[in-house]
Design a protein around this ligand. Structure first.
Ligand code: ATP
Length: 306
């Protein structure tokens, strides 16, 4: 079911068009990564969806949104560089955020306590935020973003500025939250998108240049390489594999034989059948997955050449 529809979104700063004609539909319960290099337009899209920037053209509509509804009711947003009052405690900050979101006093307190538990910083609820680690601050920021139970949580580069421990804490939290809510987050770190998201929107120079589920995109950009390992005698097997009809060439990398196929399905069939018939001592067979980085480089290169 569709949660959000973005149509023809365009945003220009003075004479710079940061985002051009963006269209996408966001389905309930998905976790979507907006990926792209610095300056691609990620923050502009998120700020526009959050109602903090007015688009020059286009619309952002939640399904069943009432006319004249404030879009901020539907969205929780954690900016790339959140600002906290470092003299407040985590609990005070969340109660304050709840009050700003028009929650009655008691409800704000109950919700704050509940969220401190959910994001895993309950034990530090009475500590000043100034004493929090980067990962704790980011988790507090996520709690603040969902205090009003929004339909969509948006996070702008949620882990980019964190050390490896903070990064892991926040990624783990996102992994948990994605079972409970729809999430849109931006990143330029492709492995984070790979780890957490169900779908990708790949952004380049303000335009969506590729979109789809991870499995669709992997299939589309699948390489034609198979990685093989044998108990021993790699050279002996190499000549036999090169002789197969579907193989164009192969090369060795340490103890792995990298096999390039002309037809990946046929190659798999031929290799596995021959291995079974001739009793090869094959210890590993892997279809090389297209990494997000390969995919990204291919798309961006095509765009630049086109
Ligand atoms: P980053 O990862 O560096 O934050 P981004 O993908 O989020 O990049 P945006 O911050 O949305 O990209 O910027 C898109 C383009 O718009 C960039 O070229 C940027 O320089 C420009 N831009 C962003 N904000 C403004 C502004 N307030 N005034 C003028 N130009 C801007």
């Amino acid at each position: 079911m569709t949660l959000l529809t973005v149509k023809n979104l365009t945003k220009t700063y003075q004479d710079k068009t940061a985002v051009k004609n963006i269209n996408f539909e966001f389905q309930y319960g998905k976790c979507i990564a907006l990926i792209g290099p610095n300056g691609a337009g990620k923050t502009t899209i998120l700020r526009t969806l959050a109602g903090l920037l007015k688009p020059n053209e286009g619309s952002v509509t939640f399904t069943n949104m009432k006319p004249n509804d404030d879009i901020r009711k539907y969205i929780g947003y954690l900016p790339q560089y959140p600002v906290f009052y470092s003299w407040m405690t985590g609990l005070e900050f969340l109660i304050y955020s709840g009050r700003l979101a028009f929650l009655p006093k008691m409800e704000a307190k109950t919700r704050a306590e509940e969220l401190l538990k959910k994001v895993g910083i309950y034990d530090a609820k009475n500590q000043r935020i100034g004493k929090y680690s980067g990962g704790m601050k980011q988790r507090l920021g996520i709690a603040q973003a969902i205090i009003h139970k929004p339909k969509l949580l948006m996070l702008d580069e949620p882990v980019s500025s964190l050390d490896p421990i903070g990064r892991r804490e926040v990624l783990t939290l996102m992994e948990e939250l994605k079972h409970e809510m729809s999430i849109l987050f931006s990143t330029h770190i492709l492995s984070d998108a790979d780890e957490i998201s169900d779908e990708l929107l790949l952004l380049h120079q303000g335009e969506i240049v590729e979109a789809g589920s991870m499995s669709e995109l992997r299939q589309k950009y699948q390489t034609s390489t198979i990685k093989l390992q044998f108990k021993e005698n790699l050279e002996g097997y190499q000549s036999k594999i090169n002789a197969l009809e579907s193989i164009s060439n192969s090369y060795m990398e340490r103890d792995v034989l990298l096999v390039k196929a002309t037809d990946i399905r046929l190659a798999r069939q031929e290799i596995l059948t021959t291995a079974a018939q001739q009793n090869w001592e094959m210890t590993s067979f892997t279809l090389d997955r297209a990494s997000l980085e390969d995919m990204f480089m291919k798309v961006v290169k095509n765009e630049c050449n086109g």
